[in-house]
Design a protein around this ligand. Structure first.
Ligand code: BG6
Length: 277
């Protein structure tokens, strides 16, 4: 079952339910901001046209970060209005949602390319997202991108992240390249772009495990703003940093992609939650 909902200010989202999950996806940014209890969403996030939701899975596209002066940080897709192409109730445990963004006057003004961006959500026992970029124009273009997942956690001190051992990361805080030794524990601000990612990443939170499996992504960002940066972040309460960690499935930095005219590129992410036996 799904329902198109509209807040008083006109902000639109769809609510989707089947036997195994409940999800909410905003039309702005094709932004999933609820999937059972998997995703963190700031209690003070704005739901307003032109402002990215704080939490869920914002889409960073056609840029991850702030490489280009003309483009906003993390690109423009997260504040663009997507078209809801279709919702398919495959069976009572699986629903798919297909959304689309095409270039328009506003996007061409800051990024002069012709494209289609197709997002397909598979909403079942697990959550999977496919992000397909079609270059529908006559000029090649370059993208960096990320599915910027904010995971809800019991407390930052309880978590560890596996799967990135022996990988180098670019540390955005020191601007240095560092080798990751062992699993990741977070006890200070962390803002890292890992490269050469070739395994599933597992977020362990007490007895709970969240598995991330990607296709066509060789980079991942691990981010937690900790105490001081949280105070400066928009739409975040002071203690918010304790309750989430971002593990972003990406094509960032050297993992950028050039998409030739007429070609496509698909980035996929599957997220599965389990309890340790
Ligand atoms: C992360 C970046 O991906 O996103 C951080 O690595 C950044 O540096 C964070 O602070 C949040 O960005 P924004 O634009 O959503 O506030």
């Amino acid at each position: 079952m799904y329902t198109l909902k509209r807040l008083k200010n006109g902000f639109k989202y769809i609510e989707i339910k089947n036997d195994v999950m409940q999800a909410k996806i905003a039309l702005q940014g094709a932004h999933i901001f609820e999937f059972n209890k998997l995703l963190w969403l700031s209690e003070i996030s704005k739901f307003q046209e032109g402002v990215a939701i704080r939490g869920g899975i914002p889409l960073c596209w056609p840029r991850f970060g702030s490489l280009d002066v003309k483009l906003p940080q993390h690109g423009f897709a997260r504040t663009q209005m997507f078209e809801l192409v279709k919702v398919e109730e495959i069976n009572n445990r699986l629903t798919t949602v297909h959304m689309l963004l095409k270039d328009n006057k506003e996007t061409r003004e800051i990024w002069d390319y012709t494209f289609e961006l197709h997002l397909v959500f598979n909403l079942g026992e697990s959550l999977s997202i496919s992000l397909r970029t079609d270059n529908t124009g006559t000029k090649d273009f370059m993208i960096t991108q990320a599915l910027h997942s904010y995971f809800s956690i019991s407390d930052i001190k309880n978590i560890s992240i596996e799967g990135l051992q022996n990988r180098y990361y670019h540390d955005a805080l020191s601007e240095k390249k560092v080798l990751q030794k062992g699993t990741i524990k977070i006890c200070q601000e962390v803002d890292r772009v890992y490269e050469g990612v070739d395994k599933d990443i597992v977020l362990q939170d007490g007895q709970r495990k969240v598995h991330l499996r990607t296709k066509n992504s060789a980079s991942a960002i691990v981010w937690n703003p900790w105490i001081e940066k949280t105070k400066k972040m928009s739409a975040m309460k002071r203690d918010a940093y304790k309750k989430f960690v971002c593990i972003e499935s990406a094509n960032a930095f050297d993992d950028f992609k050039t998409i030739q005219a007429g070609d496509s590129y698909i980035l996929k992410l599957e997220i599965q939650e389990s309890e340790n036996g």
